[in-house]
Write a protein that binds this ligand. Structure first.
Ligand SMILES: *[C@@H]1O[C@H](CO)[C@@H](O)[C@H](O)[C@H]1NC(C)=O
Ligand SMILES: *[C@@H]1O[C@H](CO)[C@@H](O)[C@H](O)[C@H]1NC(C)=O
Ligand SMILES: [Zn+2]
Length: 426
């Protein structure tokens, strides 16, 4: 190609990147604070009726709970007039998300200029699925006795879905297992960072953490929703679901965390509408990524002591069940484990976590992965951890905040792991 040809090619490439990249121009984020249960119900009704309003967290009215909602520009005036007429409490957090989205994108790209794959510095940037895979693939060479990578399948767009097993290398087989996944929801970027930080604590910081590997193996899948996650890097920062088309030609993607076959399909905790963010799919496990996670859960089922799914945001340890207000038989045991995590964190950083059944602490969910892990895969303890919020939306911490978030969260994960190992010795 000639020099001019090169330049034209680069310009075209750049403009196509710019065209594909959603800049969230004039998208607004509001914080809403319902005063009582009737305002809570009204907000829930709005969340159902207005799929263009992206409620970014759970709607509750207890204890001055707030919820953030993200709106495209054309919806803002309707929110304001509706909220004024109902005298609902609201506060504008940001009136144009685009500078934030652009600044964070630039920050992240800048942070990665020195990136030399397969080495990654977890605290220095947010990494793509391909970069994370390259890193995972390098670990067995660096830690031949202690790290093992296995591919369990493919995403819908044919990305390889990989899982890392970490042991202490003593050759003892069939130890009990702690199974951790991340990035079931694409936009929750602190989740893969946390999974990677746990990996580094167990491999690079082995001396300090070897007690956690003495009698247990750890199985870690940093990115479940590979296609959705890639999409948040390349096109649409606040995408949540998978990227497989649905029955509705206008709406793509299914919520993996509503797609699992334990009490799947309740309307209270999921949606049959493909345009909603909690769309459960046509059938349980009609998403390849859900099938892969199911297969992993079932493969480790006989040894599975603790299943931990890393999400954000909200500072919660969420236990089964999501689909009913009944409590599981071993609820108190799971609460004790969650309490160990909550106490360790408040002691270390003053960070507050709430814990309890998903149904009570948050809202009904059906077909979520923790319910399946407990109800079908027979995990002893099953839990979703909602890591803390970052940025205006809650999903976008700055790179400079990664360290604070993951080190605090590791204090909790480590304490809970120790509690699980103490309670359920091999
Ligand atoms: C509300 O806050 C109080 C005191 O902080 C706490 O004891 C209580 O459990 C909270 N209630 C809910 C529903 O979170
Ligand atoms: C879970 O436990 C139940 C009851 O013991 C058993 O019937 C079922 O096969 C177990 N599930 C798996 C995946 O092994
Ligand atoms: Zn989530």
């Amino acid at each position: 190609m000639t020099l001019i040809g090169h330049i034209i090619f680069l310009l075209l490439l750049q403009s196509s990147v710019l065209l594909a990249w959603q800049d969230y121009k004039d998208y607004q984020v509001y914080e809403l604070t319902p005063r009582d249960s009737s305002e809570e119900s009204l907000l829930r009704k709005l969340a159902r009726e207005k799929p263009q309003w992206d409620f970014l967290g759970p709607i509750r009215w207890h204890n001055e709970s707030t919820v953030r909602v993200m709106l495209p520009p054309e919806e803002a005036s309707s929110l304001v007039s509706l909220f004024e007429s109902h005298q609902l409490r609201y506060r504008l957090l940001i009136k144009d998300l685009s500078p934030l989205v652009q600044a964070q994108r630039a920050e992240n790209l800048r942070s990665k200029q020195r990136l030399q794959l397969p080495h990654i510095d977890v605290l220095a940037a947010f990494y793509t699925h391909a970069e994370i895979n390259a890193y995972l693939d390098s670990l067995p060479e660096r830690y031949p006795k202690r790290a093992q990578v296995k591919q369990f399948g493919w995403s819908y767009e044919r990305r390889p879905l990989k899982v890392l097993t970490i042991s202490n290398g003593d050759g003892r087989r069939n130890k009990p297992v702690i199974l951790i996944d991340g990035t079931v929801h694409a936009r929750e970027w602190i989740s893969p960072s946390m999974a990677l930080y746990i990996i580094q604590q167990l491999l690079d910081n082995y001396e300090e953490n070897q007690g956690l590997l003495q009698d247990y193996d750890w199985v870690i899948m940093p990115v479940v929703n590979a296609d959705g996650y890639e999409y948040t890097h390349s096109e649409s920062r606040y995408w949540r679901k998978t990227r497989k088309p649905t029955t509705d030609p206008d709406c793509v993607g299914t919520d993996i965390n509503r797609n699992f076959a334990h009490e799947w399909g309740h309307d209270a905790g999921s949606s049959s509408d493909p345009c909603e963010d909690i769309y459960r799919g046509e059938r349980p496990f009609d998403q390849p990524e859900s099938q892969v996670l199911r297969d992993i859960l079932l493969q480790y089922s006989p040894r599975l002591k603790w299943y931990l799914s890393l999400h954000s945001y909200g500072n919660y340890f969420l236990l089964p069940w999501g689909y009913t207000n009944n409590l599981p038989e071993n609820y108190q045991d799971m609460m004790d484990v969650a309490e160990a995590g909550a106490f360790a964190i408040v002691h270390s950083t003053n960070g507050i976590y709430s814990y309890g059944s998903t149904y009570y602490v948050l809202y009904p969910t059906s077909g979520d992965t923790a319910d399946y892990a407990l109800g079908v895969a027979n995990a002893t303890v099953a839990m979703t951890m909602e890591l803390p919020a970052g940025g205006f939306s809650g999903f976008d911490p700055w790179v400079s905040h990664i360290e604070g978030l993951v080190t605090e969260s590791w204090v909790g994960v480590r304490a809970m792991a120790a509690e699980v190992i103490r309670r359920y010795p091999s």
